[in-house]
Design a protein around this ligand. Structure first.
Ligand SMILES: NC(=O)C1=CN([C@@H]2O[C@H](COP(=O)(O)OP(=O)(O)OC[C@H]3O[C@@H](n4cnc5c(N)ncnc54)[C@H](OP(=O)(O)O)[C@@H]3O)[C@@H](O)[C@H]2O)[C@@H](O)CC1
Ligand SMILES: Nc1ncnc2c1ncn2[C@@H]1O[C@H](COP(=O)(O)OP(=O)(O)O)[C@@H](O)[C@H]1O
Ligand SMILES: [K+]
Length: 545
C-alpha cells in the first residue's frame, strides 16, 4: 500500500478532478459515505454486534490490545439496529475536510442516527463543495450549532466525528479549532477522524498541541505518511483506508515511492520469496556464509546474538570473528557457530591490527556484519575504511561501527562493489546526520529517504515502525514489532537477520526490508509467549524466528 504526503495527495486530487474530469463533489460524496460507514461499524462493534470487515489486517501487540489496524473494504449497508441510542456531534471545519463531515452527517442521519453539526466557523464562510454540502445539510434540516455562539454539551453525544482539519492544515490548530479539539478530547467520547486526526502533521506524524486522539481514522484514498509515524500513529487509533474514486493507477504518474511494508509489497513489489522455499537438494553451501565482526570483553553477547540470529535467519554457515582473548570464554556458547580469532589486545578488545585478518576472513564469506559489541579503539576509522574499501560483498554496519562512520566524511571513501546496509537506532541516526534525536524522530521517513539518497546506502532507521530507505528514493515503513522489543540486544538480532538473508542471495533492499519485517514478527510472537511482554529479552526474538 502506498504512502503519500499531503502535497502528493493534492496532486492526485488535481489529476483526478482536472484531467479525468471526475467532479470534486463526487469524491467528497464517496469520502463522506465511507466515513459514515466506518462510524456505523464502530457503533455496531461497541454494541457487541458483528464487525463486517472486508480485506484487512489488524496488528495485535500480543496482549490482546489493538495497536494500529488497516483495512481496505468494500460496500456495507448503512443501517444500525441501535441507531436510536446514538447521537453524533459532527465537528465541521472550513475546508473540504469539513465538507466530508457534512456528507457523512447526511448518511448517518439516513441510518437513523441523530447528528448535530458543530461548525468551527460561521457556516457562511464555507466555500466550494463544502458550501454545497452545508446547504444540502441545511435543506435536510440537520440540526446545527456554531461553536462559540450556540450552547454545546459534549456529554450529550455518543460519539464525535472530527472533520475539522485534513491535509490542508498548516501548523498547530489555531483559535476555535484548538478549543474544539481540546473539548472533544476531554469529552471521553469515541472520536472518528476524517482523513487524519486534526492537529496531526499529515506528512511527519508530528502531533501539534492540541491534536485529536482518535479511536478510528478513516483515511481517504491513500494512506497518509503521518498516520504510520509516531507519535501520530498513536493518535490515529485504528486506521482504515477507504477508496473514494481516485484511481490507484495514478500513483506511478505522481511518482509515489513510499510503501507500507506488507507481505504483498514484499512479494510483489520487492520480489521477495516470503515463504522462503528451500530446494530439496540444497545444502549448507547453498545458503551462504555470514561473517560477524563484533564482541568485546564488555559486550561479547552482542556479537553472539548477531551471529546466532544469522543462523536462525537461514544462513548456511556463520563465522563469528572476535578478539583472541575472548575465544576461550565463548567456546560452546553456540555450538553451531564457527569462531575466528582476529588478534586484538590483551584485554579482549579490537585494535587496528585486526583489519588484515578480518579482510582475509571476509574475502571467503558472502557478507560481513560489523559493529555489534565492537567498541571503539585507536585507529578505528582507518580500520573501518579498510573493511569498506577492501571487501567486495555486502556490508551490514551497526552499533559502534555506525558511530565510527558518524565521525568521518565517508563520502570520500572509495565506492565499493557490494552494497551497504546501515541499521541505526534514532540515537545513532542523530550522530550520523549531525542532528538531535528529537529531530530524527520528527520526520523519520523524510530523513531516512534523504540520508539513503545522499549517501548511496540502504538505511534502516530502527524504532517503532522502522523505516527502510534506498538510494533511489524508495522507502518502506514496517509495522510488525512490539514494544517489548525495547530491550538490549534486539538490534544486534536484526543485524544478524539481515546478514543471514543477504547470505542467502537476497539483495540489500530485499534483505533489509524482509529482515525488519521478520524481526518484528518474531518479536510479536516472542512477546506473546511470555507471561508479560516486558519479560521479552533479545534471545527470545531469535528463538521465535
Ligand atoms: N477535492 C479534494 O481535494 C478532496 C479533498 N478531500 C478532503 O479534503 C481535505 C483537504 O481539504 P482542504 O485542502 O480544503 O483543507 P482542510 O484540511 O479541510 O483545511 C483547510 C482549512 O483549514 C484552515 N486551516 C488550515 N490550517 C489551520 C490551522 N492550523 N488552524 C486553523 N485553521 C486552519 C484553512 O483556513 P484559512 O486559514 O486558510 O482561512 C483552510 O480553510 C482532505 O483531508 C480530505 O478530507 C476529500 O474529500 C477528497 C476530495
Ligand atoms: N516499540 C517498539 N516497537 C517495535 N519495535 C521496536 C520497539 N522498540 C524497539 N524495537 C526494535 O528493537 C530493536 C532495538 O534495537 P537497538 O536499539 O539497536 O537495540 P540494541 O542496540 O540493544 O541491540 C530495533 O530493531 C527496534 O526497531
Ligand atoms: K480531521
Amino acid at each position: 500500500m502506498y504512502l503519500v504526503t499531503a502535497e502528493q495527495m493534492r496532486e492526485l486530487d488535481r489529476i483526478t478532478i482536472d484531467r479525468l474530469g471526475i467532479p470534486a463533489v463526487a469524491l467528497m460524496e464517496n469520502a463522506g459515505r465511507a466515513i459514515a460507514e466506518e462510524i456505523i461499524e464502530l457503533c455496531r462493534k461497541r454494541n457487541g454486534g458483528h464487525a463486517s470487515r472486508g480485506i484487512g489486517r489488524t496488528v495485535d501487540n500480543g496482549t490482546g490490545q489493538d495497536l494500529t489496524g488497516f483495512d481496505v473494504s468494500g460496500d456495507r449497508a448503512l443501517t444500525l439496529d441501535t441507531a436510536a441510542a446514538e447521537h453524533w456531534f459532527i465537528l465541521v471545519g472550513k475546508g473540504n475536510n469539513g465538507g466530508d463531515g457534512l456528507v457523512a452527517a447526511r448518511y448517518l442521519r439516513e441510518a437513523g442516527i441523530a447528528v448535530t453539526l458543530v461548525y468551527a466557523v460561521p457556516p457562511e464562510s464555507l466555500t466550494g463543495e463544502a458550501a454545497l454540502q452545508r446547504d444540502a445539510a441545511a435543506a435536510l434540516g440537520l440540526s446545527a450549532a456554531v461553536y462559540g455562539q450556540d450552547p454545546l454539551d459534549f456529554a450529550a453525544c455518543s460519539g464525535i466525528l472530527d472533520a475539522l482539519l485534513g491535509t490542508g492544515a498548516a501548523g498547530a490548530p489555531r483559535g476555535v479549532y484548538a478549543e474544539l479539539i481540546a473539548a472533544a478530547n476531554a469529552s471521553g467520547k469515541p472520536i472518528v477522524s476524517a482523513d487524519i486526526p486534526s492537529g496531526l502533521n499529515a506528512d511527519t506524524g508530528e502531533m501539534h498541541a492540541p491534536c485529536v486522539h482518535a479511536s478510528v481514522t478513516v483515511c481517504l484514498a491513500f494512506l497518509k505518511r503521518g498516520l504510520l509515524q509516531y507519535p501520530g500513529a498513536g493518535a490515529a487509533g485504528t486506521v482504515v483506508v477507504r477508496a473514494i474514486g481516485i484511481p490507484v493507477s495514478l500513483a506511478r504518474e505522481v511518482g509515489l515511492q513510499s510503501y507500507w511494508l506488507t507481505p504483498e509489497v514484499l512479494q510483489a513489489g520487492l520480489g521477495v520469496d516470503v515463504l522462503r522455499h528451500r530446494s530439496p537438494e540444497g545444502h549448507k553451501g547453498t545458503y551462504g556464509h555470514v561473517l560477524v565482526a563484533g564482541g568485546t570483553l564488555r559486550m561479547s553477547g552482542a556479537g553472539l546474538l548477531a551471529a546466532r540470529a544469522a543462523l536462525r535467519a537461514g544462513s548456511g554457515l556463520v563465522t563469528w570473528a572476535l578478539p583472541q582473548k575472548l575465544l576461550p570464554a565463548v567456546i560452546g556458547a553456540a555450538p553451531e557457530l564457527m569462531l575466528a580469532d582476529v588478534g586484538g589486545d590483551e584485554q579482549g578488545n579490537w585494535n587496528a591490527g585486526t583489519a588484515a585478518e578480518l579482510l582475509r576472513l571476509s574475502a571467503e564469506r558472502d557478507v560481513t556484519a560489523v559493529g555489534p559489541g565492537l567498541g571503539r579503539f585507536q585507529g578505528d576509522t582507518d580500520w573501518l575504511r579498510t573493511l569498506w574499501e577492501g571487501t567486495e560483498g555486502p556490508l551490514v554496519i551497526d552499533a559502534d561501527a555506525l558511530n565510527i562512520l558518524a565521525e568521518t566524511d565517508y563520502s570520500h571513501w572509495a565506492s565499493r562493489p557490494g552494497s551497504v546496509v546501515l541499521t541505526p537506532h534514532p540515537g545513532e541516526m542523530a550522530r550520523l546526520a549531525g542532528i538531535s534525536t528529537a529531530e530524527v524522530q520528527r520526520d523519520r521517513i523524510g530523513l531516512a529517504e534523504r540520508y539513503a539518497r545522499e549517501h548511496g546506502v540502504i538505511l534502516v532507521l530502527k524504532g517503532a515502525h522502522t523505516v527502510i530507505a534506498a538510494p533511489d528514493g524508495v522507502s518502506y515503513v514496517n509495522t510488525t514489532g512490539h514494544p517489548g522489543m525495547g530491550t538490549g540486544g534486539a538490534g544486534d538480532v536484526l543485524t544478524g537477520i539481515i546478514a543471514g538473508l543477504l547470505a542467502q542471495g537476497l539483495n540489500a533492499l530485499q534483505a533489509a526490508a524482509f529482515g525488519v519485517y521478520l524481526h518484528g514478527l518474531a518479536g510479536e510472537r516472542a512477546a506473546g509467549l511470555r507471561n508479560h511482554p516486558a519479560s521479552l529479552i533479545a534471545g527470545d526474538i531469535i528463538e521465535s524466528l
